[in-house]
Design a protein around this ligand. Structure first.
Ligand code: SAH
Length: 231
């Protein structure tokens, strides 16, 4: 039998998916569990969502590697550990409404859609948004709402949110996002320009200043841009 040199080299599609599932299982064990991710619902979502369908074809075999990958338009899909860590910090139980800023590939969106009731996601790059929308709809997700625009304004019509996650870094926390957190709500966001800090903001009361800020770990994300800065 000859092979045609395609990425699957004579494997059947089932072999390919089986291999991807094995890589995913290893990712969950070595990159997530061994490094302290404990939330079983988060681990189950990371085991379920096919990350290889969110990366460009040339990176399919690197989809479960321990790092970020390019997704086009100068943007990246975050490292699996960072996706899991940020998701765990949101403490999702199931009934929540979640805002995501920076749809990108839609991978983090899918993880959130597995764990919460509704996900509202905003992306500045129209092309990335449309690709993510098509991909997530093809996968059968019906609890995701998409918006093209500047996520630092939040999504006022859908607020308040139980959780907000931002996957691009602003120099400072956008006040609109804190304002759209419900009481008890949690916001996870990288803050800073070059050296960034992953922050967890918890809103404990109804007053605008009723929130705590906790620094979690140093991170490096692409910048959160305003419309004006769009290339
Ligand atoms: N969560 C994504 C990570 C994408 S990287 C994933 O899993 O693939 C960050 C994304 O934020 C990029 O797609 C970038 O275009 C987008 N972005 C940057 N500034 C933004 C803004 N002001 N509003 C919305 N999205 C923004």
């Amino acid at each position: 039998m000859t092979t045609n040199g395609s990425p699957t080299d004579g494997r059947t599609p089932e072999d390919f998916e089986t291999r991807m599932a094995r890589l995913r299982e290893e990712m969950v064990q070595r990159q997530l569990r061994d490094r302290g991710i404990r939330d079983e619902r988060v681990l189950a979502a990371m085991r379920k969502v096919p990350r290889h369908r969110f990366v460009p074809p040339e990176y399919v075999y690197a989809a479960y590697d321990d790092g970020p990958l390019p997704i086009g338009a100068g943007q990246t899909i975050s490292q699996p550990y960072i996706v899991a860590l940020m998701t765990e910090l949101l403490h999702l139980q199931g009934p929540e409404r979640v805002l995501e800023v920076g749809t990108g590939s839609g991978y983090q969106t899918a993880i959130l859609a597995e764990l919460a009731a509704e996900v509202y996601t905003i992306e500045l790059e129209a092309e990335l948004l449309e690709r993510a929308r098509r991909r997530l709809q093809a996968m059968g997700y019906t609890n995701i709402f998409f918006r093209h625009g500047d996520g630092s304004e939040g999504w006022p019509e859908a607020a308040p949110f139980d959780a907000i996650i931002v996957t691009a870094a602003p120099p400072e926390v956008p006040p609109a996002l804190v304002g759209q957190l419900g009481v008890g709500g949690r916001l996870v966001i990288p803050v800073g320009t070059w050296d960034q800090d992953l922050q967890l903001i918890v809103r404990y009361g109804p007053e605008p200043t009723d929130y705590t800020v906790q620094s979690v770990t140093p991170v490096r994300f692409v910048p959160l841009r305003t419309r004006r800065e769009t290339p």
